[in-house]
Write a protein that binds this ligand. Sequence first.
Ligand code: S3P
Length: 418
Amino acid sequence: MIVAGTIRVPGDKSISHRSLILSSLADGESTVRAILDSEDIRSTASVLRELGVQIPPLSETMRIRGLGLRGLRQPREALDCGNSGTTTRLMAGVVAAHPFSARFIGDPSLSRRPMKRIAEPLSYMGAQFEFEHGDGLPMTVRGVDLRSVDWDTGGSSAQVKSAILLAGLVSAVEVRVTEKSLSRDHTERMLEAMGADVENDSNQVCLRPASRLHPLEIKVPADPSSAAFFVALASLAAAGELTLTDVCLNPTRTGFFQALRRMGANVEETRVMSSGGEEIGTVRVSPAELKSTRITAEQVPSIIDELPLLACVAAGAGVELEITGAAELRVKESDRISAVVQNLRAVGAQADELPEGLRVSAGRRRFAGTIDPHRDHRIAMAFGILSAATENRIVIQDPQCVAVSYPGFWEDLRRVTA
Ligand code: S3P
């Protein structure tokens, strides 16, 4: 397979969620350009609308009039977060600091995901949480004036960290969050760009009380997690080159590019500019002979969403991959350890589950069969790349589930491989 072309993948999903949420909490009118228009971001927009913010339809240039730090109103309906963990966890932090209660609901996949990780710190700060079963959705959050907290998450989750930062922001109390290793830091960067007093010290962040947030001016950079699919495709291709422009090159997000380089790939990142506190640049990729690699716990946070793709890259290149210390994969949009291993086996690769990771064995194979993405966008796209790159016949059930983060994925894939 030969690749060619230049591609600007859609806007970063994490930054798009945060643009809508923080613009809604600012004083005055924010301008958000190039936001991702996908199902997850529509979930955040509709939750904010239900809380009284006039969010226009998602479009290339959006102007959002913020209601200030305490301006949201009690919702009339349940807050439907669809498939989006980021919407649920970040908005739970916001609601926990408002003087009303809200019931969060979601689709079956989101309803199974653990919420204790945010309920614990936010309850400690004073909010009340009620669960109808286990610690999943539906979940009712009763907000109050929260107290300050110094919380060690014991792990590395940007959603947990952001929930605490947003709760502290709205309640105007100091919050400090310590992580095992630094998770994506988009919330901190955006808060700083909006005038908040944020102090970062390696894996610790402290947000000091603020009376207001300045409006946000941002052009959302392209999502490195979406760019990753094309970086993988070009690395596995027989010939050609792909250029990805305008990519967010925040170092907490580029673990996949680094991992591929360790495997021998030709992945060149060039930083071009910075905007809204984020580094942005170009990624050039051409095919290479890849070799085996390992991913261990310390590397996991910066590559967490790309691990299913990395497993497909290893299978496609016929090399060995071992991932350990990645138990988090079990509580994503699907159990990504079992979904990846089951599907790799279904198309003829040799793969095994580990309690907190997986192993792909070396060996060149022809892949054929049908995969079930378990309604998980990243599983569908990872196998789409394996299929395209190796010119094998892999049928993907429910290909439209990619709309969660990248509605135009199949069209872009056709364009660069045509
Ligand atoms: C995200 C954080 C990560 C990531 C998810 C998006 C965010 O989840 O996997 O896709 O935007 O904060 P965790 O915080 O659970 O690690």
